[in-house]
Design a protein around this ligand. Sequence first.
Ligand code: SAH
Length: 455
Amino acid sequence: MTPTFMKVLAFLPPYEGKVVLELGAGTGHFTGELARKAGKVIALDSIESVVEKNQSINGNHQNVEFICGDVTSADLNLAAESVDLIISNWMFMHHSNKEVEEIAKSLLNLLKVGGYIFFREMCSSESEDHKQENNTFREPKFYTKICKECHISDTSGKSYELSLVRSKSLGTYILDKESHNKICWIWQKVNSEDDRGFQHFLDNVQYKSSGILRYERIFGHGFVSTGGIDTTKEFVAMLDLKPGQKVLDVGCGIGGGDFYMAENFGVDVAGIDLSVNMISIAIERSAGLKCSVEFEVADCTKKTYPDNSFDVIYSRDTILHIQDKPALFQTFYKWLKPGGKVLISDYCRKAGTSSEDFAEYIKQRGYDLHDVETYGQMLKDAGFEEVTAEDRTEQFIEVLQRELERVEKEKEEFIRDFTEGDYNDIVGGWKAKLVRTGSGEQRWGLFIGKKEVMA
Ligand code: SAH
């Protein structure tokens, strides 16, 4: 089995004992391997000779059903809600936009509620689709949009949709002198009426897609946090990253920091963020880059990883959203390998009682803020050693002023790309931040800690 196949298999959700539908199964690169763990594999391909070849290689597995057929055809005879996992490998690129849309709907129908669809496609970073023979290399955005807009209802009127789980860029592939990205996605079938609480708040209030792009304009390409690439370069330099190390970015946003670390230090980065909008943009941005970065829609307070998984846990201006910081820091400690480091930048507040205005601002945003010293102590209490807790408010103010000046200088361009209302919101927001920091109420902290080597 080639390293790429291993990577794909490792990326799949668990399928032990499950019903797996393999689309475009070909001569069965995955079929046999899937059959070893799955309850049942339905291996589908539209070319008769290919199906026969797969059967001759993998026919010894009793739990594989070989079908010659076309996913777009109505007479496939697979029952609604009968499949746990659908795997589609380089398939959508052979179909037209309209067909992809229809296939997505019929696949959603085949899935059990809670089931997953995995697909891998060759993508282009150009906004023009790039066609070669019968293949279309599309922007990743196309697939995100198709999946997000794919809705169906069952006979009882219940509606279902796809929710993004994770996405990974498996690096580039050079074809015809053009560089394409191999990108895979996993989406889950969910009930549209499910309550997705805080995630909905993030996606529909604080981080709407348009709002994210507006923020990005002021923070800089790829970033939704203080100082954009400049503070990223400064802080990442403190980590002494080595090629092959594993980095977890908690609240990765649209991935600017992850691409920077992966491209410049050869580390493997996993970015998690609870916002579907953030992760969707992050994966769009990975097209055209040579590094391999993985993004997952996940709540860092619920996500699990095996102990000792990462060399570095990195988190920029995110943990302000987390109420139970001590519990989160304890899990960070467990997820880190012995000798591993944590680096956090975060909004803080002054020690003592906050002003009424500031308390109101925190409440309205739903933030949980602490003073810099208390924050550092929480890391120590979680077990971290060599903890540094630096008040970086002065740097924060300089950054805010620079960002504000730049936006004001590029006012016309900003209004052309967004609206005058957006411009006023951003400028007003930044001025308010300057007032809050100027009065000493709002602070900004940088925190570093280490897990002991003999832990
Ligand atoms: N670190 C990124 C984004 C900062 S914005 C950057 O530097 O550009 C804060 C991010 O935290 C948002 O993307 C938000 O969706 C995410 N977030 C908030 N609560 C979260 C949670 N419980 N789990 C994971 N991510 C969360």
